[in-house]
Design a protein around this ligand. Sequence first.
Ligand SMILES: *Cc1c(COP(=O)(O)O)cnc(C)c1O
Length: 382
Amino acid sequence: MKRIAVMLPMLGEEEAEAATAAIRSGWVAQGPRVAEFERKFAAAVGAEHGIALSSCTTALHLALIAVGAGPGDEVIVPSLSFIATANSARYVGATPVFADVDIATGNLTVETIDAVRTERTRAIVVVHQGGTPADVRALREAADRWGIALIEDAACAAGATAYGRPVGAGSLISAWSFHPRKVITTGEGGMLTTDNAEWATRLRRLREHGMNMSAADREASTQPVLEAYLETGFNYRMTDIQAAIGLVQLDRLAGLVAQRRELAARYHELLADLDGATPVRDPAYGQSNFQSFWVLLDSDFGVERNEVLSVLADNGVSARRGIMAAHLEPAYTGPAYVDAPAAPLPVTERLTRDSLILPLHHALTEADQDHVVAVLRKAAGR
Ligand SMILES: *Cc1c(COP(=O)(O)O)cnc(C)c1O
């Protein structure tokens, strides 16, 4: 039986050739290809500066350092996210505080943030979940009014738009992922984008042990140069091999997003008369890249989500449970979390319990989609 994957990275000969060219050049660590990828990616998402990193997780860590979050501070995050979002607050010694999300977008809102905001709140990390844009206009306005830094976890959101601009445009600071589960990939990899030139300089330093010049600069100099280490930094660099792949992937981004949106529209048609199953849609103010196409089940569907997942698996369809909820994981239910204010997260718990992610990728055929939906109907006994 053919298995239908939930996600597949789109990697072609061009990526293989670009990686080979980087290797043949003799420069494989962070170098000219990283610099070019940063420039082009930042331009594509409407930001002044791009700082390429080893992952979105390390990007979130550095973003929290940039905004000055540390011990004694609270950082508001959605629980409904990949666990790296919440963990990043702990990396800087701050306390992650979970806020609930909107049921339609899966994203934080001004109201859910306001419900858990305190005088200790230093930063908010809003996630554009599964590529569905959060309401950045309302969130940025509220964060400015409150005097709290708004970091955008745009791990999944390359190519998504809000208010007619790319997600990332006009953002204080945004973190991106190039893990193969996202729309474009470099194997592993991440990026920060910002319009703040001072932050960009410091972030470049922090990714490279706090050095006042990059290894590439030092290598390029004909005279011996003595670098200085200005603060405690990290090794969070991306390699030129990854950036070479990323440059090819970036050229594919618009096409991949257009194709994903067409497939999502077709799912919407096929699912229109399936009662009790509500697929994620564009919000009024923007367009998703449909990095994750989730369907929320309710009691009209008649079968529990986990049962549906097994029926799909038995019929050759790799679906996934919906987005995880960090506050239900052992890393957050234990004694380490006792000092945080407890707020109920009913929407988060409903979304994580009752939603599932359907296959959506460049190689998905119409016949595959028909099969996925037929199996869903069968699971529901219809
Ligand atoms: C994937 C993901 C991350 C982590 O990205 P990595 O590049 O794998 O570190 C962080 N936040 C969200 C919302 C994600 O989906």
